[in-house]
Design a protein around this ligand. Structure first.
Ligand SMILES: [Mg+2]
Length: 220
């Protein structure tokens, strides 16, 4: 039995880059800025910190102002899901890959999304059958108000709580960010860095770099 550890945004999900653009543009409108991001900017800047988006678009405003814009974006993300759900689609081949794994192995999802939103996103993507409850659809903020909690902490706690904790023959980690790849530090494992077609791979160490989720089936 193996354990597959998934990330959601940018991996099992496609379209968040456009939601980030729409949210940013809505905040720009609210703050009275005439500038707007394009969806091409969204592809180019994906994975950066939100204030870095504003550095690109608004080079002449203060860093504090960019942080205010960033805060407003986070607020909008948490409390208005309409924009995000407008663009949210399942990544091609995600269903068949998750299905094949589910017959033989365990799989969990660890996401920086708030737990309430995570449940809703999984329903929207029709992936809730693979990650049916909070014991396997793990939100980083799910069980703690500690803002310093990371994905690494979540995986550690998951493995400590598993009766079969040490018995996994392999841990397979699939994500699109450096923090996903660092999950290997918890208990070892093989890492797959995924990027959608047209997106650059994030700058980090990984065993494999893939653009098609079916590549993960090699581990099944
Ligand atoms: Mg991600």
């Amino acid at each position: 039995m193996k354990l597959f550890v998934w990330d959601l945004h940018g991996v099992l999900e496609t379209g968040n880059d456009r939601a980030v653009v729409d949210i940013s543009n809505e905040v720009l409108r609210q703050f009275g800025h005439p500038e707007r991001f394009t969806y091409e900017n969204g592809v180019e800047l994906y994975g950066r910190k939100w204030y870095e988006y504003f550095e690109r678009l608004l080079p002449d405003v203060s860093h504090d102002h960019r942080l205010s814009l960033q805060d407003a974006c986070f607020q909008l993300t948490e409390f208005n899901l309409t924009i995000q759900r407008r663009w949210l689609t399942r990544t091609v081949h995600a269903w068949e890959v998750l299905t094949a794994i589910s017959h033989l192995h365990h799989q969990i999802l660890i996401s920086n999304t708030r737990s309430d939103n995570l449940e809703l996103f999984l329903k929207t993507l029709q992936l809730e059958r693979f990650f049916p409850d909070p014991s396997v659809a793990l939100a980083v903020d799910g069980h703690s108000q500690d803002v310093h909690r990371t994905k690494t902490d979540v995986l550690s706690d998951y493995l400590a709580g598993e009766r079969t904790g040490d018995s996994y023959e392999e841990i397979v980690i699939i994500g699109d960010s450096p923090s996903d790849m660092r999950l290997r530090d918890v208990a070892g494992g093989v890492t797959y860095l995924y990027a959608h077609p047209k997106f650059s791979f994030r700058d980090c160490v990984a065993d494999f770099r893939i653009r098609d989720l079916r590549a993960v089936l090699d581990r099944v």
